[in-house]
Ligand binder design. Structure first.
Ligand code: SF4
Length: 330
């Protein structure tokens, strides 16, 4: 069945995910809102970048999209159909992940043949007699020699291991791939090779990517649209050119001004954001970014901003829309 062009391959509609966090002896549990009312569209055949500091909710959102976590509220849709109507195999056929660290995501005791064919075996896709051929085709596709099929992950380089992870993700022929920091654990010299491979495979197979990265250069290079996440919310979303040439949200501006680090666990250094990321169990009042915002106004401490949409791009900040419009222009 063909799908209308304007139906995104992947979509979240007002998705939230709340964890109950133990506060310690006699202190009970408190809610941690890891994802808070996120609506995001990933159009078919496009790359949407998702950026933000560690702890902003990117990975939780990825786990929800992959069906590994259930949202507390809201809906995830694949091709416009609620994910709640799909079984595990259907989800796995539609959407697959590529994670940051290819070494820890590959079972060191299994051969490459076994690792790449695992999704086929788990989900009983095709005939077992075909599986080896499909593994070999995938190795060709990701630029690995067929002889590595009998090797173990420890016998391969970091770049080769990430190619194995790509082969494993694509052997189910998914429509959507969640690339979660796909090059962060690799040497700089290898990063561009993997990015080029992902770009080539996208074009060849008509894939759709959600690219999660702290590395804005990677996102600018690959993405068609970019969503910026802060403390569980999308605070700005725009086409890549607009977001990089005319960032509107003060948090986006601070991210772009910051010096990037090759290690995503270090967050975003050397910007006026400071190092203190708010405690998500006890988020600030009003706009949750207000303690770090250089443009903070009185209204920001009292009330959360609503979303303003202009030319298909959106921002969630009191500087825009309503009375704030004049402040933004001033
Ligand atoms: Fe800064 Fe206020 Fe905008 Fe929040 S709403 S980002 S505090 S200006």
């Amino acid at each position: 069945m063909s799908t209308p062009e304007d139906v995104p391959a992947l979509e979240t509609v007002d998705v939230s995910c709340v964890f109950q966090v133990n506060q310690g002896f006699m202190r009970g549990r408190r809610p941690l809102r890891a994802v808070n009312g996120v609506s995001l569209r990933v159009p078919r055949g496009k790359v949407v970048g998702l950026v933000g500091e560690s702890g902003c909710g990117k990975t939780t959102l990825a786990q929800i999209l992959l069906g590994l976590l259930r949202p507390t509220a809201g809906d995830v849709r694949y091709d416009g159909v609620s994910a709640s109507t799909f079984g595990r195999r259907d989800v796995a056929r539609r959407i697959q992940p590529i994670f940051q660290d290819p070494y820890s995501s590959l079972n060191p005791t299994k051969t490459i043949r076994s690792i790449v064919s695992l999704p086929l075996r788990i989900h009983r896709v095709g005939e077992p007699s075909e599986w080896d051929d499909r593994v070999m085709q995938m190795l060709d596709m990701v630029g690995l020699p067929r002889r590595v099929a009998g090797s173990y992950p420890s016998q391969l380089s970091g770049g080769q291991r990430q190619r194995v992870a790509v082969a494993r993700a694509l052997i189910m022929r998914p429509e959507v791939v969640i690339c979660d920091e796909p090059t962060s654990a690799l040497d700089v010299s290898v990063q561009s090779q993997i990015l080029n491979l992902l770009q080539d495979l996208k074009d060849e197979l008509g894939l759709t990517y959600l690219l999660i990265s702290h590395n804005l250069a990677v996102v600018e290079h690959m993405a068609d649209r970019v969503a910026v996440m802060y403390l569980g919310r999308i605070v700005e979303e725009a086409d890549t050119e607009t977001l990089f040439s005319n960032p509107r949200h003060p948090y986006t501006r601070a991210l772009l001004e910051s010096v990037l680090t090759p290690d995503p666990r270090l967050g975003v250094p050397d910007s006026h954001l400071g190092t203190v990321f708010p405690n998500p169990i006890d988020p600030p009042s009003g706009c949750t970014f207000h303690p770090r915002c250089v443009d903070c106004m009185d209204v920001c401490k009292a009330s959360a901003p609503t979303t303003t949409v202009e030319a298909g791009n959106r921002v969630e900040c009191h500087l825009y829309g309503g009375d704030g419009k004049s402040r933004a222009a001033a």
